[in-house]
Design a protein around this ligand. Sequence first.
Ligand code: FMN
Length: 366
Amino acid sequence: MSMNTFGHIFRVTTWGESHGPALGATVDGCPPGIEISEEFIQVFLDRRRPGQSKMTTQRQEPDRVRILSGVFEGRSTGTPIQLMIENTDQRSKDYGAIAQAFRPGHADITYHLKYGIRDYRGGGRSSARETAARVAAGGVAQAVLKALVPGLTITGYMVQMGDKHLNRANFDADEILNNPFFLPDATAVADWTDYLEGLRKAQNSVGAAVEVVATGCPAGLGAPIYAKMDSDLAAAMMTINAVKGVEIGEGMAAATLMGTENADEIVMGPEGPEFLSNHAGGILGGITTGQPIVVRFAVKPTSSILTPRRSINAAGEPVDVVTKGRHDPCVGIRAVPVAEAMMACVILDHLLLDRAQTDGVRGEIG
Ligand SMILES: Cc1cc2nc3c(=O)[nH]c(=O)nc-3n(C[C@H](O)[C@H](O)[C@H](O)COP(=O)(O)O)c2cc1C
């Protein structure tokens, strides 16, 4: 039974715990001959790396990735690629208090109920340390996409943190990597910083919403019925720790629209069909239209907070849980590179599926 693997053809298995010696990913199904290096993958890991600002956990992890197999003389060989990242800054004593007690809002209680045994140190397997492994696997996917679909870009950013919303009129993609929030609006950074600082000092945390957009994705990827591009993307985003809701295109807002508003009208352009809007988020019938793929998701507030919360221990006795340790006050921030990685893996997986089934043959218009 494998519950740690995702993907149809480009298959990623992650392994490891928060306070174990290392964690990583095994990537199987990578096409041969693709240029892949540790340096290329490291760029993505550095974006997710903890301890880079006061806005994220102060755990200091270099997150250096090592490629142990599947790459020879700088190119993929078609065999499994083993990626490993060492854990170097564990402070397991911080977690002594939750060895027996269950943090409200965290996975301690469900892991205990299901398995009867858990590595409580840093949350063990339920810790978002695991997402470093996905980001490394996403780096491999990005390397393959760069070679096979050179025009494709995947960009994630924050659109909401608590009651702070991105003002889309100020959207500036060039600003995303210039601030600790992955926020495409430089003018809002100071306000978001004060807001999160206030919450951190008040020993609280806050939720967020993240948007990820893929542009330059060819039409025709995704398949009916159980391998839809949108169902696979939603599932992939939902596997990210703390994600509680996923939307594609209009998402939940589609419930308020009329058919006349929501229909993305089609005209014939010089290069082929063109859509006059993109309420569909780039996917119709589970298959990409060639328009930008737009995915949004909500992330809940960090459950590990210093403010006491009522809970119980393994003996069933009432306890007040105060979670020490180094935690992200808003986990949505570092979810951004994780989401980009998941999108890269899903799109590549569908590209490879499409090559296997249709060999790139397309219906013609005009
Ligand atoms: C990038 C990232 C960092 C996270 N950091 C923390 C953290 O520091 N403390 C914490 O309690 N939860 C953190 N989480 C969330 C927990 O891992 C998650 O809530 C927990 O595994 C329970 O799973 P669920 O919320 O998906 O049900 C983080 C999530 C992400 C995506």
